[in-house]
Design a protein. Sequence first.
Length: 473
Amino acid sequence: MDHQRIVRDVTASLPAASTAIEACQRTVTALARHTPATISVLLQVQHRLRCVAATGAWQVFATVPPKTGIVGRVYASGETAVVPDVSADPDYLPVRPDVTAEICVPVRDPAGRPIGVLDLQWSTPVDLTPWWATAERLADRLGARIVALGGTPAESRSEKLLRHATALSAAPTERDLLSAVICAARDVSALSAAVLVLGGPDGGQLGAPPRTPGELEGRIRAELTEEGPGALGRIVGRVHRYGAGYTLGEAGHPPTEEYAPLARAGVRTLVAVPLGPPDGGGALLVADERLLRPDPTTVSLMELLAGQAWNSLDRLRTLDRLREQASSDPLTGLRHTGPFGKRIAAATPGRTALLAIDVDGFKTVNDTYGHQAGDRLLIGLARALEGALRSGDELYRIGGDEFVAVIEVNRPEEAVRIAERLTEAARRTGRTISIGVALPRPGESAELTLRRADQALYRVKRQGRDGVSLSPA
């Protein structure tokens, strides 16, 4: 094998390349004339190694995360890997089932920084020593040509959309999601601003602003806020009625009535796409103050982004509903034992009072009038007790006719006064309740505090019910 000739042939093919990807493809094609190896070139694109040229495999890895596999190891370390037996290397990525040996060398820029890798894999016996030196020489020449052509390829718009779609699906909250949608719309469209308008019963509302709003976004949000929900609803209605639309970058054409507030904000270029269903959905508005000409591909990408955004938003809202259902009593709507346990675990000694509440004679109501009457009693009583509590106080249903209020007070006497207010509210419904009050002691568990409140409650029961008892400090 004449390795000098291999280097000459591959090197001679590089000047004809007009792009970095073409240089990689020419390298692979020329090299493949001299070896049956599976050859690939992976370049760094947005923190991943992307395969831009390959030959000799039924399937290649399109992208490889950083430090994954032998190729990731070589890229991260900048050191060549010579692997005589791939079955002994835990990092080997299985491209072909018959591969036995691999050489992977870093592709560097003239400053010595890795920008990708050149990878060769053999399924026939081969002397790796001369190929080691040859692969490194070719990788150096390829790296120099890539840099001369402007560096590694930029991330395509479809690749950007894929990256952002992954981020959308991982957004933990609705605010995080809406902010991520705006950042994605800016990035993929190359326009400077994006605004989400969500439909609502009163017309429409602006979605949460991005974490780093731009100047044009600020002006758009100010104009739309001043116009009010009705104007926002008309924008959403237009987008859903007529579908996605975009400006042509032609001066002298006035906007339609719905988009007049955007023009006053300085918008000269606009892409508007529907978000979600016509009933309850919204619109994604992507804009720029420059007079540009978005192409249909940009609009299609924004429609794909809006579809992914709505799916992610619907998922988050469904999860929120499920969490609310899981943490709420279906009869009264009050929170129940799950969130109550978390709340009392955070009780402040001497300041957080627990009020254990029991409905007097509830079993008699159920036995005499039936469970439906008992349910109506509990619902009415829950509303009465909620109305008697202060803002910030919390009421939980923890059993059949058992409630607990968690309140913040300055003195035990204040907790007793609030408990007495609850008993008055219950009497107005035609029922009576018994309440035991306890404040956490330093170092005391929440469970023990609640037990003391229960003990105080049963003292009231023994003394005739319809009253309040404070547990000793």
